[in-house]
Design a protein around this ligand. Sequence first.
Ligand code: ADE
Length: 235
Amino acid sequence: MPLFTILTLFPDALEAYLDVGVVGTALHKGLLDVHCVDFRDWTRDRHRTVDDRPFGGGPGMVLKPEPVVECVEWLEAKYGTHRRLVLDPAGRPFRQADAEALANEPRTLLMCGRYEGFDARIYAELDLEPVSIGDFVLAGGELAALTIVEATARLVPGVLGDARSAVEDSFADGETVDHEHYTRPRVWRGREVPDVLLQGDHQRIAAWRAAQAAERTKARGDADRATPSKPGRNP
Ligand code: ADE
């Protein structure tokens, strides 16, 4: 069973989300385990200080090395060594293939920074893999860590009711997005379900869905290329 250990200053906020939906079910069924650890508990001063001003000046605060690294050393001594990821907008993009890899990893550490992030020496000392969930900046790594846990949990065998859900989803092959889905009523506010889905010809349905997925994948790529990466600088 994969174990995620999440290092965070806000364990209570994470626990609430982890308890619901697919992840909550996986935890209750014993198919996944998640520990949230507050590295503030590894501080030694009266004020439980986790951050300090940046050398060289500038805005914001930086997370100090001592409590973070001592916390990781403690938890690895207790639970075993982990694959060590740090949530960081400067990291490499996290993709579906990474979620598939983590579903087969016995233990993964997800380190959530706040403020300006972790002292750079923590990355070197712990040999961290920085990963990003997109080209935007969150206030901390917590939502990114939850994103990774959820993307991984649904790939653990037995978590989804129907295993086909994960195989047929968007990005299951690394690039193609899913086709559209329809349910009853057949006509709703004048909008009709495509005829091919109502005729029971499974070969035609499969062909229609594959063509639709290809079309949607292309449209998504076109829209991405047409989106200015900087406002007002579209060539
Ligand atoms: N922390 C802040 N922003 C982030 C992002 N986009 N991805 C991962 N971690 C982050």
